[in-house]
Structure formats: C-alpha cells, structure tokens
Design a protein around this ligand. Structure first.
Ligand code: SF4
Length: 235
C-alpha cells in the first residue's frame, strides 16, 4: 500500500477526500419512480415477530421466511413461549431458511434475554436492542423503523453495502461506517426508504455478479458504471 510524505496511506487519503457522486435523496427519488409500491415484506403482527423474522431472513429471502413464520408463530407467538421451546422443534420449523441450527438457537436465546431483561417486551431503543446478544444494527434498525415507527439509522445489509459502494455513496468498507455516510447524505425521513429501495434494486438489477447497468436508472450517476465506460468507451 502506498504511503505519502505525511505518513498517511493512499487508502486513508482516498477515504478522507471522498465525495459522493449523488445524494441519498436523488437515489430515493429515482428508485421510488420505478418501485413505488415496494416495502419490506416480512410478515409479522408485533415487534417480537418482526425481530424473529428479521433474524431468520439472514442468508435467506423474505418470501422464504414468510413461508415458515405462520407455523412458527402459531406455535411460539411471543418471547415467553419461544424462550422455552425445544431446539429440535425450532430447528424443524425454521429449517428451510438455511443455517437452521444457528438460527434456532439464536431466536431462543434472544427470547430468553427479552424475558429476563425486558419483561417479555422487545426494547424500543437502539442501545437496548444492541445489548441483545445476536442483534446487530441492521436488525435493530429494521425493528425500530418497521416495528416502532422510530428512525435511528439505516439498515445496511449485503445489498445496501454493495450498491452504496458501487454507486459512489460511500467509499467505506464496514456496515457501520457505510451507515454513517448514508445518514450524512440522506434526509432522516428517507433513511428507511433508502435501505428498502437499495435492497430491492440490488435483487432486481444490481446483482453482485452481473449488474444490468444498461437497464439501470442510476447509471448516469453511478461511479461503477462511469468507470466501466471509461475502460470501454465503445461498449
Ligand atoms: S449502474 Fe450498474 S453498478 Fe450502478 S447501480 Fe446501476 S446496476 Fe448497479
């Protein structure tokens, strides 16, 4: 890695001088135009069920999670019942979402913590949510915004991570730092929408392996696409 005369690495200089290619609001406006009805589709009837569904959605899809949660919540509708569930029952019920050994243990452990420390109620603030072992900022942001109508941050999943960097909204390399950058360039009331739209756009157009840049409404602003054009002007 290169080092300047002042001792700063080239990478740190690039991050320090980084300026976004487009604002978060512009991204929301453009994507809202093509996906006006898109919203998070994890079926739930209260913040506890949303929390559990969000944990199950890791490495899975909303559609797959929504197939398993009706039976899961019929049997274990709240933290009290889930905290004393048999692991084998939970594993059987969540199996098709993948990583079911880990997920079954995680949702029971979180239910126990909610019972012991929060009298059975999912906390409604970031600090308390993050104090639950197994809950990170992405999950906490989803629970706060979709479960309690509170906006405290931006949920950064694998799609938000990838698209934010490709488009040129950030040059950071961790979800926490990317979230902080997105919060700076997006009005607060649009934070949940930005995340939802980027996730959907990542699934539809800007996939990890083969982004469909020529079909993308963001291509005139996109850092990745501009670089592609520069390398292949005739393309
Ligand atoms: S132009 Fe390409 S890389 Fe940029 S956001 Fe669209 S699909 Fe993704």
């Amino acid at each position: 890695m290169g080092t300047s005369r002042t001792g700063k690495t080239m990478a740190s200089i690039q991050i320090a001088s980084f300026s976004p290619t487009v604002s978060g609001k512009e991204v929301v406006v453009k994507l809202d135009d093509i996906y006006p009805k898109i919203k998070t589709h994890l079926t739930h009837s209260d913040p506890f069920q949303l929390l559990i569904a969000t944990i199950l959605s890791a490495q899975s899809t909303d559609v797959q999670v929504n197939k398993v949660t009706p039976k899961l919540f019929q049997r274990f509708p709240d933290a009290k019942s889930m905290s004393i569930a048999r692991i084998s029952d939970l594993e059987r019920l969540v199996r098709s979402t993948g990583f079911y050994h880990v997920k079954a243990r995680r949702i029971r452990e979180i239910s126990k913590q909610i019972m012991v420390r929060f009298e059975g109620k999912v906390p409604d603030n970031m600090e308390a949510l993050l104090s639950l072992k197994g809950v990170g900022r992405k999950t906490a942001n989803i629970v706060l915004s979709a479960g309690y109508g509170k906006i405290e941050g931006i949920a950064v999943d694998t799609h938000v991570f990838r698209l934010s960097r490709r488009i040129g909204l950030t040059a950071q390399k961790t979800p926490e730092k990317i979230e902080a950058d997105l919060m700076k360039i997006t009005p607060k009331d649009l934070w949940p929408r930005l995340s939802t739209l980027l996730i959907f756009h990542g699934r539809q157009i800007c996939s990890a392996r083969s982004p469909k840049c020529l079909q993308c409404v963001l291509n005139s602003k996109c850092h990745y696409f501009k670089n592609l054009k520069r390398m292949n002007p005739a393309g």
